[in-house]
Design a protein around this ligand. Sequence first.
Ligand SMILES: [Zn+2]
Length: 338
Amino acid sequence: MMKKRKFLLFSFITILFFFFKIKFFNSLFANFKKRNHTAVLTHDIVLNHLISIDHPEKSERIIELIKLLEKKKLGILIREINLETKEKNWVKTIHSNYHIKSLKSKYPIGEKSSLIAVKGCLQGIDEIMKNRHKNIFCAVRPPGHHALNTGKHEGFCYYNHIAISAKYIQNKYKLRKILIIDWDYHHGNSTELFFYDDPSVLFFSTHDANAYPRTGSPDRTGSGKGEGYNVNIHLPCGTNDKKIISIYDKKLVKKANIFKPDFILISAGFDSRKDDPLGCFDISDKGFKTLTTIALQIAENHCNGRLLSILEGGYNVLGNAKAAVTHIDTLNNFYKNI
Ligand SMILES: [Zn+2]
């Protein structure tokens, strides 16, 4: 009799335990579902930087982007960059002391803005690694993919945010293989330079090799152990959605499937969009939606979705905002459909 009672009590407790356990996991899952897959990191300080009156790399690029995000009810994704993020030693993994010192004295405001961009990138990587978000977009300026170690800004760029991000992921999180996708209209000559002999970084760039800085020849494929890990694809003026999508669909996907990245970084320049005053491509917002989806699919197939996207160029203020918002919306919606 005693045994039967004990058995009944045990069964009752077990059923109760599983009931609450299911409820607990259901509520956790519901919270996960409610969480935003994407965050947009930005900071007001990046608006202070001014190269010169009427310069195309201006604060309105960010102001319009944020305004449009709010208008499209995506303002919920926006978060402020944490200024406490320590970036100093990470900048030095790419840039020389001479370059850093020179920028600080020549262009204190531009240099500070670029440092805020670096902080945003590092914070974004931390948040992705902590599973707070699947992917993150950094709405920052100036751009970074032309920045060298010359002690001055190059092509509106001060520090190479994407190159510093790649080093940070490798050194802090011990993830080795980084895929950098660069769809800015201009070739990311600095990103190419810093990883040219490095097989741990696959640099895939589509650009107009006849435009600034007149680099990006398809013959430049990497050197030493890095041979084959630098992919330059020159596209002519008038390149449209169909043409660029077929390149990403075939060449990028094929390369990425062999490389199997641990993390994906996007140099998201929207001066490759139609109607850009500095570019001559004809890519629509729908085209950027497809390019984003291809990148997300690669991230999902190889690295649990880990993807950080950083704003580079894009000088038609409204066009840049429209393409960036389409990109962000695609980043956020991708996981609702799979
Ligand atoms: Zn550009």
